[in-house]
Design a protein around this ligand. Sequence first.
Ligand SMILES: Cc1cc2nc3c(=O)[nH]c(=O)nc-3n(C[C@H](O)[C@H](O)[C@H](O)COP(=O)(O)OP(=O)(O)OC[C@H]3O[C@@H](n4cnc5c(N)ncnc54)[C@H](O)[C@@H]3O)c2cc1C
Length: 362
Amino acid sequence: MHPSLYIVDLALLIDVGCFCTRYPSSVFYSILSSLILAGLFVYGTWQHFPTPTSSARLYVYVALGILGLTTLLELANYLYRNGIFSGRGAPRALVSFLSKKIPGESVPRITAANIQIILPRPVHVEPGQYINLWMPSVSLWLWTQTHPFTIISWSRGRQDTLKLLVQPRNGFSADLVRYGALPTDSSVLFLALFTGPYGLTEDVDPYETTLIIATGFGIATSILYLKKMIHGYNICTSQTRRLYLIPSVCALTTVLRPTEANEKEMILSISIYVEHGLANSRIPVGKYERICYYQGLPDYRKIILTEASGSQIERLPNIPDELGRTLVMVSASDGLRDRLRDIVRGYLHQGVELSELEYQPE
Ligand SMILES: Cc1cc2nc3c(=O)[nH]c(=O)nc-3n(C[C@H](O)[C@H](O)[C@H](O)COP(=O)(O)OP(=O)(O)OC[C@H]3O[C@@H](n4cnc5c(N)ncnc54)[C@H](O)[C@@H]3O)c2cc1C
């Protein structure tokens, strides 16, 4: 290959690297640049074959064949999932907004966008999975971007509506929540195509106790696990006997309002830690005290030790009842995850395990 082509290739590679670090969502730019780079690579390799009839060319044909086939399969899967050519129309996203009155602000601030994607073909979703969402009509340049969001709706079978919870940030999500300020109806409809669902799901059934620690929008990743575990407990398909959720206040006010939590699901307890402003150090809510507000910061080491001891599970006297394993699931900021890794490492011998979920908020 001519040396100048190497220089162009290298310059492009550096450029793509910088751009993708800055704008990870610009799918159009990164795909286009990857195609140009791949083309240059194949051309360079081709030029290095000693003779035009070299048998080494076979390897290039095989590689190109595999690339073509996988691209075609992916495209077919994409078109099938989005119901293109099925006559049922493309998926639509119905977006509504959650807002909160902030003291000193005249209009309520939008704290989250709720997206409901109405699918032309139902899909099966496991807890913790996410989709890459493409909503080109939200604003001018959004046709170049896709964004990953965790699915928060769960059903045992296939779902024909997917629910997502979006935190307002600065790019796509900020453009989206701007529609919440319009003086029209409270929900807006957009065209929305997606790929996925992607991501691994954690097998939670073998654990007797699951402790879920979520900060901010990490709660979105945990909701499906909670629903699945409560369902598994109700139909006796899982060994779960206790679920303990520690969300941050911000997440709770937007997603799990205390009055909506099902008190009868006796395996679920929720603790909310508030730094200041409580009249007492502990304020239980509801008849069964399944939800409790605490003043101060959680002592994670103490909490994990108490859960691992099994003392929070009601056990019948005189009946042998083996202590089960404990799973600590986390979707939280880097600093908190580091601390939890450190704590759990000390209790591995007591059957405590840590699972870091697919989405970790900053
Ligand atoms: C597996 C996974 C699941 C997620 N689930 C949720 C969820 O349920 N709810 C939620 O609110 N957020 C979720 N996120 C984060 C969400 O994808 C980003 O907040 C969103 O893309 C921000 O878009 P923006 O243009 O408004 O961001 P910007 O304001 O431009 O950037 C804010 C942050 O988001 C990051 N970001 C921007 N675009 C992308 C992208 N395409 N992929 C990954 N990160 C990006 C940026 O690096 C930056 O750190 C998830 C992320 C991942 C990786």
